[in-house]
Design a protein around this ligand. Sequence first.
Ligand code: PGA
Length: 257
Amino acid sequence: MRRKLIVANRKMNGSIPDNRAFLEGLLMGTKDFTNADFVVCFPHPYLFQAQSMLTGTPIAWGGQNMSRYDHGPYTGSVSASMLIEFGCRYVIIGHSERRTRGHDSDNSVGERFRAAVAAGLRPIFCMGETQEEFEQGLTDLVTIRQLNTLIQQVGIKNLTDGILAYEPVWAIGTGKAATPEHAQAILHFLRGYLILKDPVVGREISILYGGSLNSRNAADLLSMPDIDGGLIGTASLNTEEFVEICQTANSFVVCEC
Ligand code: PGA
């Protein structure tokens, strides 16, 4: 049973008053939506606020990154157990904005995935090709390479401890989303690859699409059979627009695959 999942990636945005207004609007706007799940990923300092406003509500929250280590001399880093202390259930790992700026390597992502799961978090593993790779027709190759690195490190059976997110780099923050057909084709390809390796994992794993998903294209993207939800940056900064996307996700019947 794969329910639609909508994840807000607020990136390095917000303030205490702004987050309060956003969460009040989100709680009010989504109170009748029971067919889908909603998560908000905040910058670390605001997790205390998420915890105080969202505890006991259906909305979950998470971090946008974490260390592969549990504690020690890693200045500026945050561990999975710290995220757990602030009530997080999710954490984004391997986002392209971190991979491309040299902070995260393919190899460290598996260790983070394992550390997240060991602490009780659900990691959201991001992958996707650059504009150049897209133009060269390398999307399949690049995403499979990224996925294989993860599989080698954590093992196929453990993939369903987390969530996958296909986020083409050229679509992130550009206003130029992938077409629903392109996103569906890649997700179908990735799911097919996983089904060959392990039919249960392939059918059960949630795969999100991210990259300029907004209230205008949400219905077309989310209606695709292999797209289990969205990872949403820019459109999560506007409460009304984000609630509209949540409403769209809620309108889909749960897939019994
Ligand atoms: P975007 O960001 O919605 O602004 O394209 C998505 C993401 O980076 O997760």
